[in-house]
Design a protein around this ligand. Structure first.
Ligand code: MN
Length: 254
């Protein structure tokens, strides 16, 4: 549907020309992008069983900032284990398979107690990693643009202040966890961190609850091979691979 809209708009633009049609094209394009972002994390399943998508780039593509061995292990072993753990949990409660994973994570109280912790940890792990891979790209970095940049200026004092606050959240997360840029009520941006595989979709995120816009994995498995204990160096390097275009689309989808 969204592609048809885009095609129709482009035809309209070519026929009508002029500034008004340009605005129409820009708006329709942004809306289509937002729809793409919103659907990007409809995590693939086969017969109701979650299937891990391949990395969207070569494991070596983020070198030298994130090394190929880390990426291969992180995606092929750690993320894969969360997918396996989530499927094992849902095998005992097949009725839950009809509910999208974000909906389960947002309402863990509705998940039977016997598998609640498994869904929280492995389901959170699957969702967080699927998001993380898409928020990076070779040749990334730089700064956000468009509505996300405007919101960062409005709510967080601009890009440099946001970057520092996000890095501080990532450095300050004691032990394993994630740093987040989150869009809360009314699209207001917030920064914080969560332990383990928790995320801002979960009620337990408290004031940080909302829609993830940017996510950084600060588990040691995300950086130990290359950076050993130097989490700070990993965080600084990671800014060079951020896909701001995808983050911007996540924000526009809110
Ligand atoms: Mn990880």
């Amino acid at each position: 549907m969204k592609h048809e809209t885009g095609r129709w708009t482009r035809r309209g633009f070519m026929a009508a020309g002029g500034a008004a049609a340009t605005v129409l094209l820009t708006r329709a394009g942004a809306r289509a992008d937002a729809e793409d972002a919103a659907t990007a994390l409809k995590l693939p399943t086969a017969d109701g069983v979650y299937v891990q998508a391949p990395l969207p780039y070569d494991p070596a593509a983020l070198e030298p900032h994130i090394d190929a061995a880390t990426m291969a292990l992180h995606h092929g072993k750690h993320h894969a284990a969360y997918v396996k753990g989530l499927n094992a949990a849902l095998e005992t409660q097949p009725s839950l398979r009809s509910r999208p994973l974000p909906a389960l994570l947002a309402d863990l109280d509705s998940v039977p107690e016997a598998i609640r912790t498994a869904v929280r940890n492995h389901g959170g792990g699957h969702y967080n990693h699927a998001l993380f891979w898409k928020l990076m790209k070779p040749g990334g970095g730089g700064a956000p643009t468009g509505r996300l940049a405007e919101a960062i200026a409005r709510d967080l004092g601009g890009f440099e202040a946001m970057r520092k606050a996000f890095s501080d959240a990532a450095k300050g997360q004691f032990g394993s966890g994630w740093a987040w840029l989150v869009a809360g009520a009314g699209g207001k941006l917030m920064i914080g961190s969560t332990p383990n595989q928790d995320n801002p979709l979960m009620a337990g995120a408290g004031a940080l609850r909302g829609a993830p816009v940017l996510a950084l994995d600060v588990w040691e498995h995300a950086y130990y091979l290359k950076y050993q204990n130097r989490r700070v160096d990993y965080i600084e390097a990671w800014w060079n691979v951020v896909d701001w275009s995808f983050a911007g689309r996540l924000y526009e989808a809110v």
